[in-house]
Design a protein around this ligand. Structure first.
Ligand code: B1M
Length: 209
């Protein structure tokens, strides 16, 4: 068993009230919002994922933990947004692909992109390719960011890319999410791939440079 902090344990147990209290307490003690996300909330939910994979946890526990993590995240969101730097904003349309309701990772990517001066149009989860491409056209976005967490929904990325090409858009497409590999990204013709939120910001900056 790995050593766990009180906050990580609270995410793992799905204790929303404890997560809320501990995040507030950590902030009072001077912890940095981004570090709380990276060192506490994410490791917590990753441990939950491992328990689920080992069949120690089932869907109800997964849901409780996801809710607890979101509660902590919501407390930190305004602080993280206030810290963003001032640049001329580049627009990115962000979505979890159709059929997929996993949005924790996408929300973190959105937050970090905003911190780095991107204007993020977050279409949410379970978003059809048509809606994504239409939004990119309407907003004249430089970038589209797609997230997928399941092998069954990953294929929707390819559909979206096909539609981007069909419409003749020059919008760059960045893909990511637990099941997505650099190899898959290359095969479907995505312009960029990132393994985590920090990587997503780095790649997005490269693509719009
Ligand atoms: Co589900 N789930 N889930 N789940 N869930 C997975 C993904 C799974 C791997 C678990 C497993 O079986 N081992 C599995 C998919 C299997 C597969 O296809 N290979 C799975 C399944 C099967 C399901 C259901 C079908 C279960 C069921 O109903 N029987 C169902 C799906 C419903 C649907 O979508 N249609 C389901 C439901 C749920 C909950 C609702 C309970 C909850 C989601 C809550 C929410 O998102 N609001 C949930 C959770 C929490 C998970 C796990 C445990 C954790 C996912 C997560 O939030 N990770 C997950 C297990 C796992 O991933 N190992 C699992 C933390 C997050 C910070 O990481 O999302 O990877 P991640 O994002 C990272 C990077 O990937 C990257 O940056 C992020 C930050 O570092 N990234 C990008 C993400 N998007 C990016 C985009 C980019 C760049 C980087 O560019 C644009």
């Amino acid at each position: 068993e790995e050593e766990r902090t009180v906050l990580q344990r609270a995410v793992i147990k799905g204790e929303t009230e404890v997560v809320t209290r501990e995040v507030q307490e950590a902030l009072r003690q001077g912890s940095q919002p981004f570090e709380l996300v990276n060192n506490e909330l994410i490791p917590g939910i990753m441990a939950v994922g491992e328990k689920y994979e080992k069949k120690e946890y089932f869907l109800p526990q997964l849901l409780l933990s996801a809710e607890a993590m979101q509660a902590g995240f919501e407390l930190l969101r305004p602080l993280l947004e206030a810290a963003k730097d001032q640049e001329k904003p580049k627009k990115i349309i962000l979505a979890t692909v159709e059929g997929d309701i996993h949005d924790i990772g996408k929300n973190i990517v959105a937050l970090l992109l905003r911190n780095h001066g991107f204007e993020v149009v977050d279409l949410g989860k379970d978003v059809p390719a048509e809606t994504i491409v239409q939004a990119a056209e309407e907003h004249e976005a430089e970038l589209i960011g797609l997230s997928a967490l399941m092998t069954t929904t990953m294929v929707k990325m390819e559909q979206t890319l096909e539609l981007v090409r069909k419409r003749g858009l020059s919008t760059q497409v960045l893909v990511g999410g637990a099941v997505v590999t650099p190899e898959y990204a290359r095969v479907i013709g995505a312009h960029g791939y990132a393994a985590d939120a920090v990587g997503a910001v780095k790649k997005a900056k490269e693509l719009v440079a």
